[in-house]
Design a protein around this ligand. Structure first.
Ligand code: DGJ
Length: 728
């Protein structure tokens, strides 16, 4: 709900449990007055204190009021160069060479429904599901105008934001930064939570108190990255999973990003999130505008778990698009860890056949099916079937897989090219690197210039016959290197600062085309695992391969971190063989199944090499997953323990009506003569009585308050699943 107090120029955004408030003050400075638990609609600028502060200058209008300074006030969208020395949200070089942007409020508009962003991923809503507020600010001297967009999704406690910058002046402007979100909280005693890692170990949670100065995370790799995720949180220092005030912010963007927080001299915390200003410079000719990617915020007065569930519900309902995201997704078997590059059609069909016998729905042919591709050094860019491996072509292979009663999926990596490819030999100038410089290779490949429509068109047209293959129902879109020596011949020297962002826009355009032309295809995103796991890609690819690390124990930590923002139904997760290919660890098949089925679920191993007992267990895992699909994929997700500190990792999905729940638990390691333990559950109906795995009956209030006694196991990495069904 958006409440306007036009007299006092106060804008209050209420969600179910939170309030966000903005005020244009007497000088037109747009102040952020409050974001926290829901309160009334009173003007909360009374919270702001004014004092004469040395070295915090006073703007012209304040004349000799030395208590008024942009440097001390909570700003709604901070600008650089006019007396606020904290993190800027917008920076620009103007025609006279100055970098002064001084924004003042000029007007507002309220619109029904949700604003849309052309060419960019964004939450969507029908009228009645969200409301939009637009606030306009202007730098009078240059004519630079900024529109701040807010959409309020009341029932999810979600507020989305985007910013459009217009050059309404008469000379070109170089935009050096345009953040999507600025959030000034009038307190410094907060913790910062970020999700960090590396290839094959993404999104490990890190938590630390804010220290004075600037701290944060970001990426300049051209993708949102394995190293840091464009989702971060702030919270009260005593906040935890089930209590305390916290704020989560996600950026729907798949390229270079920055999320920085400054704890300032007077204990204000400012979060600024958006496209990374490093390597960014966008020329705005008079009359032109620039739109930032969307950011989305959830504030929860009741801890991290509640915040995550709000993000999950909002993402499932308003970011993942129909038709594919809304249909049941198949259990798949992927050829990668089973065959790598060494296969022929018979081998693939035999992999599929074993899956079909066990109830798997879809066979995915991973890398190696095209060009001359017997390893990862050649072939990328040549999207014709490798006739030596697949002599009958794709149609014949798909036919054979379909005859097993399975769907067929295929791997692509459209943004890349190997120098050893026909494509590169024909178009060496299509890569995103100057010809006269030594160039970095990543996985022996170069990056295609996806800022160029002609390059994208060529790749799209060469892949189109593949997308159009009758029987194809799934595509895995991979991306296996970071961008370096970035330069595009398609842009003049003065516009090279636009290349990284134009590359991402090119990726989005390609993805949207694919989605529009082939709406029946389920597209799984991938970037060497989870290097582009972000809200931007999720708009096009409703599931993303979570990590190249398929080890169940490492996955517990990766999926735990991922779950803070992203729902289970988005996390690509497979059971693979042991010893695990990435860690060498041996974990029980039961545990591998328990972990992978809290994701999109599939297998990535040669099922033909499993024992009859293992086959029986796999068949049962697939059956169980399908039986409880809605609960697992759409249920409310509760983290029951922290895998970094607890002796076990446990989590739970609860159906919205609380009549069903699935509790999963994996022990880290076994100790002789170990302690007795109970597991306290969450989110159940305290008045209901639940059957546990169809055996004992337990009251919901007891399971939540006292817990359930855990069995004593022998051996490392053991797991249990408890299916709870309320007695009617
Ligand atoms: C990286 C992906 O994450 C893997 O799953 C696999 O598809 C390989 N690329 C193939 O090259």
């Amino acid at each position: 709900m958006i409440i306007l107090d036009q007299k006092n120029r106060v804008f209050t955004l209420h969600t179910k449990s939170t309030t966000y408030q903005i005020k244009a003050d007497q000088y037109g400075v747009l102040l952020h007055t409050y974001y926290g638990p829901r309160v009334g609609t009173a003007d909360l600028s009374r919270l702001i204190q004014y004092a004469d502060r040395g070295f915090s200058p006073n703007p012209g209008e304040a004349i000799d009021d030395r208590t008024y300074s942009l440097d001390t006030l909570p700003q709604e969208y901070s600008a650089g160069g006019a007396g606020d020395f904290r993190l800027p949200s917008i920076q620009a070089e103007l025609a006279d060479g100055s970098r002064i942007v001084d924004l003042r409020y000029t007007g507002f508009e309220v619109r029904p429904g949700k604003y849309a962003l052309e060419g960019l991923p964004a939450f969507f809503a029908r009228e009645g599901e969200a409301e939009t507020l637009v606030l306009t600010l202007e730098d009078a001297a240059s004519g630079l105008t900024v529109e701040l967009y807010y959409a309020v999704f009341e029932q999810y406690d979600l507020i989305t934001r985007s910013v459009q910058v217009f050059n309404r002046g008469s000379a070109p402007v170089s935009l050096l930064q345009a953040a999507s979100l600025c959030l000034d909280l009038q307190r410094g005693d907060l913790d910062l939570l970020t999700f960090n890692g590396r290839h094959a170990m993404e999104r490990n949670l890190s938590r630390a108190p804010l220290r004075p100065g600037v701290q944060g995370v970001g990426s300049v790799r051209g993708a949102s990255s394995h190293q840091h995720n464009p989702f971060i949180m702030l919270c009260e220092q005593d906040a935890g999973e089930d209590h305390g005030l916290c704020w989560g912010a996600m950026l729907l963007y798949s390229g270079n990003f920055d999320a920085s927080v400054e704890r300032s001299q007077f204990e204000n915390s400012r979060l600024v999130m958006g496209i990374h200003p490093r390597h960014f410079c966008w020329t705005l000719e008079p009359g032109q505008s620039f739109t930032t990617p969307e950011a989305a915020m959830v504030c929860s007065p009741s801890g991290f778990g509640d915040m995550s569930r709000q993000f999950h519900r909002a993402i499932r309902t308003h970011l993942l698009r129909a038709p594919r995201a809304k249909l049941h997704k198949p259990v798949l078997i992927n050829s990668w860890e089973a065959a790598y590059f060494k296969f022929d059609a018979d081998k693939l069909v035999s992999l599929a056949q074993e899956g079909a016998k066990l109830g798997v729905d879809l066979f995915v042919l991973d890398d190696g099916w095209f060009g001359i591709r017997n390893d990862d050094c050649s072939g990328l860019g040549d999207w014709e079937v490798n006739g030596e491996k697949l002599s009958g072509g794709l149609a014949s292979l798909i036919g054979r897989v379909q005859a097993l009663g399975m769907g067929f999926g295929i791997w692509i990596e459209p943004e890349m090219v190997n120098e050893n490819s026909n494509l590169y030999r024909a178009h060496p100038d299509w890569v995103l690197t100057p010809a006269d410089r030594p160039r970095s290779r990543g996985r022996s490949q170069l990056v295609l210039d996806f800022t160029r429509r002609d390059v994208r068109d060529y790749i799209y047209e060469s892949l189109k016959p593949v997308f159009a293959q009758p029987g194809l129902s799934y595509v895995k879109w991979d991306m296996n290197r970071s961008l370096a020596e970035v330069w595009s011949p398609a842009l003049p020297a003065g516009r090279q600062g636009e290349v990284y962002h134009r590359f991402v826009l090119g990726v989005y355009e390609f993805a949207e085309r694919l989605r529009q032309d082939f709406p029946h295809l389920l597209i799984e995103g991938c970037c060497g695992g989870g290097g582009r796991f972000d809200g931007g890609m999720l708009y096009y690819t409703p599931q993303i391969w979570c990590s190249d690390n398929t080890d169940a124990m490492d996955r517990l930590r990766i999926q735990y971190g991922t779950s803070f923002c992203y729902p289970v139904c988005t996390m690509g997760a497979h059971v693979s063989k042991v010893p695990n290919e990435q860690t060498g660890r041996v974990t029980p098949l039961e545990t591998r199944g328990t972990v992978a089925m809290s994701g999109t679920f599939g297998y990535e191993m040669d099922l033909g090499r499993t024992t009859p007992e293992e086959k029986k267990m796999i068949k049962e895992q697939v059956r169980f997953f399908k039986e409880h699909y809605d609960l697992i994929q759409q249920g409310d997700y509760y983290r029951l323990s922290d895998p970094f500190t607890a002796p076990y990792t446990a989590w739970e999905q609860v159906s919205p009506d609380k009549t069903e729940a699935l509790v999963s638990l994996v022990y880290n390691s076994h100790q002789a003569n170990g302690p007795f333990r109970t597991l306290r559950m969450k989110g159940l109906d305290p008045n209901a009585v639940y059957w546990i795995n169809g055996g004992e009956l337990w009251p919901g209030d007891v399971l939540m308050a006292a817990g359930y006694p855990l069995p004593l196991f022998m051996g490392d990495y053991q797991s249990i699943q408890l299916y709870l069904k309320a007695k009617s």
